[in-house]
Design a protein around this ligand. Structure first.
Ligand code: 4NP
Length: 167
């Protein structure tokens, strides 16, 4: 992964209504704070049950509490083209990662990682908050910390300020 060009990141969870839309919004905000432009950021779900829907109200609320508006995002299912369109595909938990690796064409498999590999405390799952999971504030903290850690590893290409590689 180190040294790889990264100009696009896809966050993936199961439903694309709780965790990955929050990660998309928070990572965008972290990039903006750092003045990093030119990065494509999106999110998707391995399941399509909620396609077309807004993020879960709990995710919208915790993001808004931290000044991030994710209410305009709409859920979608992962498609095979995502494995060529995105440089980095980050699953929220180990089952998302397993599902993504099963879906990925062989050449796309190396792009798939668990998001919290980037967190200071090391690889863990962002727990599924849909049914009685952790509170939204705990999920927000994990997502924010891993987003900052990921952004801290992005190094601008000196020849093209809109391109990055992973340090
Ligand atoms: P997410 O949470 O994967 O963080 O979006 C879930 C949302 C919906 C369902 C499961 C998890 N569901 O089963 O509909």
């Amino acid at each position: 992964m180190n040294g790889n060009p990264v100009s696009s990141v896809l966050f993936v969870c199961l439903g694309n209504i709780c965790r990955s839309p929050l990660a998309e919004g928070v990572f965008r905000a972290v990039l903006e704070e750092r003045g990093f432009t030119g990065m494509t950021v999106d999110s998707a779900g391995t399941g399509g049950w909620h396609a077309g829907e807004q993020p879960d109200r709990r995710s919208i609320a915790i993001a808004a509490h931290h000044g991030v508006d994710i209410s305009g995002q709409r859920a979608r299912k992962v498609i095979v083209e995502d494995f060529s369109r995105f440089d980095l595909i980050l699953g929220m938990d180990r089952s998302n990662v397993a599902d993504l690796k099963a879906l990925a064409p062989a050449e796309g498999r190396g792009k798939v990682h668990r998001f919290l590999e980037f967190a200071r405390q090391g690889a863990r799952d962002v727990p599924d908050p849909y049914y009685d999971g952790p509170d939204a504030a705990a999920v927000y903290r994990m997502v924010r910390e891993a987003s900052e850690a990921l952004a801290a590893r992005l190094v601008r290409d000196p020849e093209n300020r809109n391109r990055f590689r992973l340090d």
